[in-house]
Design a protein around this ligand. Structure first.
Ligand code: GLC
Length: 552
């Protein structure tokens, strides 16, 4: 059976504001991305996902859209967007846009019209609930329609005096949720999907896809003692998100969307879903993968750097996403800590982490700068451009440090560090939209390109091996047993070809009995061999060619 391209690709995420500024205004842009396409191509990624660059007041840096078929002027023009699609395709790569289907900006003409009056033609395009007050407001106590909390904490109901009613916003108050129970809304959004597919995009990353439908009866969410939402359980702030997330209608909608996209060929649909593996599976489809083609598993963003942790993660992932499903391996994005931050900013650990990511069965998704080990910056909450920290300004910073939460997402969105010159070669502007990370003279792409054993060159080599070896792209996978503590090993098989991967998560060297195999890649300082013995440096790894799959 042939496996679809989107199940064997490799994804590189670009945050457009921070990638490359071509016109010196301090903000990254589409022509800038075009100028840097060769960098991504030579690095070896096959698919690019770009965070939103559509018309937007930028209150949530583009995740608040005011026109889905227009481009924000600071990023370029429609012509630039079409040229980008074209330039990506010319290089034999694919491009995926970011679709924010759940909500628009409060500045979207649809919302303005919907808010204007209860009798407007788009009155029912958003989720409005009555209030006891007459239209035009008046004195007295307003009662929120129910106890639902937004994903970012606090009630998600916001009052609009024009209608004397509340509208619902799952995320932030300026991002009102669309009402998908209104067929006109669904059709309007699917037409936007069709519009971009018609322009040649290869699919979409789907923003908070699991909140699209809310309970039709608006029942109160139950109480829970859980304070903070976690990756596998989005309930938090003392509320179980029973009626606000992962509703059955959203699973059905995944299949509807898939049908629309299938008309345009094999398209990638990558869902952002908060929930455990069972929930993710519901978005992918029951027996067949007839829903979204891929879904992030955010449990991985909280990874622990240990062989046992990854062994269990892989075992569990394989159990829930066997063929024809495909997991996504993701360790960083524009909302969470940079992966190397979890590794004490140690590039040697980052090499091993990405060696796993690029050889395990799944689609790897890397966040810009992760390939050179860009680290989290640290900025005060008070001056944050990201709206989220402003919600939590009243709490001292150490509370979030203890909880291990990156509340100020500016810290993971600093401009790409291209070289050691001013502004890291990102922009010629006096002031960039966010300050550069102070470490750019030491950590940058140019420097790492020149260093043979750098993180960047390690990733480049691993991507090349992955492109050449079908077992790594689309082979089956079996975890190996009886390896020394600290060592993770798995075998990949496609046809007659077998590949073994050994990763030593321990800091010290390990030597063990192993039938001799041909080594095709080694993450190690030493190259010493003895008959039927494997040496792995501390944090070393190996890719071996094997005649057969290991018995155990
Ligand atoms: C997603 C995006 C995030 C955005 C939010 C609201 O979680 O990744 O950046 O703020 O949705 O659209």
């Amino acid at each position: 059976m042939t496996i679809p391209w989107h199940h064997k690709t490799t994804i590189y995420q670009i945050y457009p504001r921070s990638f490359y500024d071509s016109n010196g205004d301090g903000i990254g842009d589409i022509p800038g991305i075009i100028q840097k396409l060769d960098y991504i191509h030579e690095l070896g990624f096959e698919t690019i996902w770009i965070s939103p660059f559509f018309a937007s007041p930028q209150a949530d840096t583009g995740y608040d859209i005011s026109d889905y078929t227009d481009i924000a002027p600071e990023y370029g023009t429609m012509c630039d967007a079409l040229q980008l699609i074209d330039e990506v395709h010319k290089r034999g790569m694919r491009i995926v846009f970011d679709m924010v289907m759940n909500h628009t900006s409060i500045e979207h003409p649809w919302f303005k019209e919907s808010r204007s009056s209860r009798g407007s033609p788009k009155a029912d395009w958003y989720i409005w609930r009555g209030s006891p007050l007459p239209m035009g407001e008046g004195p007295g106590v307003r009662v929120k329609p129910n106890n639902w909390q937004s994903i970012t904490g606090g009630s998600g109901w916001h009052y609009a005096r024009e209608r004397g009613q509340y509208f619902w916003a799952s995320f932030l108050p300026f991002q009102p949720d669309l009402n998908y129970r209104n067929p006109e809304v669904k059709e309007a959004m699917l037409n936007i999907v069709r519009f971009w597919l018609g322009k040649g995009v290869d699919g979409f990353r789907l923003d908070i896809f699991n909140v699209i439908y809310k309970d039709a009866e608006f029942r109160d969410n139950p109480f829970t003692f859980k304070l903070m939402p976690t990756e596998d359980d989005p309930s938090g702030f003392f509320q179980e998100a029973k009626y606000t997330l992962n509703q059955p209608e959203s699973f059905t909608f995944a299949r509807e969307l898939r049908n629309v996209c299938d008309k345009f060929g094999e398209k990638l649909l990558l869902g952002e879903v908060s929930g455990n593996k069972q929930i993710i599976r519901k978005f992918l489809g029951k027996e067949n993968n007839d829903g979204l083609t891929l879904v992030f598993d955010f449990e991985m963003l909280g990874f622990k750097f240990a062989a046992e942790y990854f062994r269990e993660l892989i075992r569990n992932t394989e159990k829930h996403f066997p063929d024809p499903f495909m997991p996504v391996y993701v360790f960083s994005n524009h909302d969470r800590r940079r992966s190397i931050h979890r590794l004490g900013n140690d590039p040697r650990k980052a090499k091993l982490l990405h060696m796993l990511q690029l050889t395990v069965r799944g689609v790897p998704c890397m966040y810009y700068g992760e390939e050179i080990g860009m680290t989290n910056a640290r900025f005060p909450f008070a001056t944050a451009l990201d709206p989220i920290p402003h919600k939590f300004k009243f709490l001292p910073r150490f509370v979030f440090d203890i909880l291990g939460l990156t509340i100020n997402r500016d810290e993971v969105r600093t401009p790409m560090q291209w070289d050691g010159t001013r502004n890291a070669g990102f922009s010629s502007a006096e002031k960039t939209w966010l300050p550069l990370h102070g470490n750019y003279r030491g950590v940058n792409a140019e420097k790492q390109s020149d260093a043979k054993d750098s993180l960047l060159n390690t990733i480049r080599t691993l991507l090349k091996i992955r492109r050449e070896k079908r077992p790594l792209q689309e082979g089956s996978m079996k975890l190996m047993d009886n390896l020394p503590a600290g060592v993770l090993g798995y075998a990949r098989k496609f046809g007659d070809e077998n590949i073994l991967v050994l990763l030593n998560f321990a800091g010290q060297e390990i030597e063990f009995q192993f039938e001799n195999q041909e080594c095709i890649f080694k993450l190690s300082q030493r190259d010493e061999r003895k008959e039927n013995t494997i040496y792995l440096d501390g944090l070393g790894g190996m890719i071996l060619k094997a005649n057969a799959m290991p018995k155990k």
